[in-house]
Design a protein around this ligand. Structure first.
Ligand code: SF4
Length: 156
């Protein structure tokens, strides 16, 4: 009898979470994508799971761009900061919800690696945007995945 093989949670051959926009899916706030050839090539070698934390959190596409008001993703996780869109709306709860869903998905599927888009208030690994400038730090989902021991690689 054939069955579904479960990935080994600790295997380097397990699935990898990928920012959906890097695979060419039109999930960006402006309805566009950030397809990257290097990520498309990874799909030939590894099982990739596209995720968009902002969509999973319940935000529409297109949507207003948003920023972490101060600090970085870990500050949002700990309640010290919030995420606000260009209209001034507080979208923190959506960002937290999306982050939790992605972390739960990683657990469910045994994904221990993620390749995420730099600069995003959700996915940024080492860099986010604040008030028109690049600042060091992770987005909300990246910060949560790091806390859960998932290896993160950022793609510009
Ligand atoms: S939240 Fe992440 S996956 Fe979604 S569009 Fe932004 S960078 Fe891409």
């Amino acid at each position: 009898m054939s069955g579904v093989s479960r990935p080994d949670a600790h295997s380097e051959r397990g699935p990898i979470l990928v920012s959906a926009c890097l695979l060419g899916l039109p999930t960006r706030h402006d309805g566009g994508h950030c397809r990257r050839a290097a990520v498309m090539e990874m799909a030939q070698q590894r099982q990739l799971i596209p995720v968009c934390p902002e969509q999973l959190g319940g935000l529409p596409t297109p949507r207003e761009a948003a920023e972490i008001a101060s600090g970085a993703g870990a500050d949002v996780l700990d309640g010290r900061s919030r995420v606000v869109n260009r209209q001034g709306e507080d979208v923190t709860s959506r960002f937290l919800r999306g982050a939790r869903i992605v972390a739960d998905l990683a657990q469910l599927l045994g994904a221990r690696q993620a390749v995420f888009k730099e600069g995003s208030p959700s996915c940024g690994v080492t860099r986010i945007r604040q008030a028109g400038s690049d600042v060091g730090g992770s987005g909300v989902t990246a910060a949560l995945l790091r806390r859960e021991g998932i290896q993160l690689d950022g793609i510009e």
